[in-house]
Each structure stands twice: as C-alpha cells, then as structure tokens.
Ligand binder design. Structure first.
Ligand code: ADP
Length: 166
C-alpha cells in the first residue's frame, strides 16, 4: 500500500494546494495531509481552523478518487511524522524556481535523517502556479478579492476575518 504524506502549513488552504492533493491522489492508495502546527510562523488561522478547511475539501476528492484522505496535525520532525503515519513517500508542491532551493536542502537533510522515504515533487496546473498562502493573506488583509485563489469555504472565512477587523 502506498501511503503519501503531503505536509504544509496550509494557512490557508489554496487552490494550488487542492490541485496538488488531486494530483497526489492518482499516485497513492492513502493520502495523509500533515498540517504543521508551526506556531513560529504565527498563522492567521488556528490549527483547528486549518484542519477544518482541509477536511471540507478532501471529502469531495475522496469520493471522486475513491481513496482515503485524512488530516494529521504534527509538531515534530517531518521524517518522524512520516514514520508515525507509515508514509513511504512525502509529497511536496513545486512552484517555478522559488521553492527549489529550500526543497533541495530539505530533501538532502531528510535523506541523512532517514533513507527510507522518498520525496516526490508535483507541479500544479499553470493557472495555480503563482498562488501562495502568504499572498492570499496579504490580499485579504488589504481588502482585495481572494475568490479566485482559494476554495469557497476558505473564501468565506477570509471575508469573515476581514469584516471582524472593521
Ligand atoms: P510550507 O510552510 O511547508 O511551505 P505551505 O502550506 O506553504 O507549507 O505549502 C505546502 C506545500 O504546498 C509546499 O510543498 C508548497 O511548495 C506547496 N504549494 C503551495 N502552493 C502551491 C502552488 N500554488 N503550486 C504548487 N505547490 C504549492
């Protein structure tokens, strides 16, 4: 059984992430979405909110691909998280050149920590390539429209945050 771990902060989930989840669903029998607690990044959304937003989206994908997709919050090392969930592959998304250097280093160091898990990189559809959670948050904070970058359930929450701040 191929178990994939797709880790990230997902603050918040974007259409870029959803596209990677769908592509990963072709490759594995079970997909675990590792939601990093990542308090050092001061997330806009709490861990529970980030998990809830992902859960709402994966239900549809699960039904479409007939595979099991679960969320798994984690605070430990990625390699340890992969072992905890019995993952044999780690899935990461890759955007243009910006992600490459960091990911290259991560794979290199993770290989030293554990040689049993391969990292697989997937690229989102061209239309989703430029999307980044960081920019979505910035647009939302400045009152811009994020509808084309995030799933509907996330969009509604971003509007809520904006109106609460007023
Ligand atoms: P992290 O804090 O680990 O970078 P993110 O939530 O920002 O977490 O991203 C999780 C993963 O999804 C990373 O591998 C990132 O490169 C990938 N990703 C994010 N946005 C996109 C996108 N638009 N296209 C492809 N991959 C993406």
């Amino acid at each position: 059984m191929r178990i994939g771990l797709y880790p990230g902060t997902f603050d918040p989930l974007t259409l870029g992430h959803v596209d990677i989840i769908r592509r990963a669903s072709y490759l594995v029998d079970k997909l675990v979405i590792g939601v990093a607690v990542n308090n050092s990044k001061s997330p806009m959304f709490s861990l529970q909110e980030r998990v809830n937003m992902i859960n709402e989206e994966i239900e549809l994908i699960e039904n479409e691909f007939k595979i099991q997709i679960i969320t798994h919050p984690f605070e430990n090392l990625l390699i340890e998280c992969a072992k905890d969930v019995n993952a044999n592959i780690i899935i990461r998304g890759l955007r243009a050149v910006s992600d490459f250097e960091y990911e290259f280093q991560m794979v290199g160091m993770n290989r030293v920590l554990s040689n049993e898990i391969e990292t697989v990189f997937l690229m989102a559809d061209n239309s989703y390539q430029p999307i980044a959670s960081k920019l979505v948050k910035e647009i939302a904070r400045l009152g811009g429209n994020t509808k084309k970058f995030v799933p509907n359930s996330v969009y509604k929450r971003l509007i809520n945050i904006k109106s609460k701040k007023k």
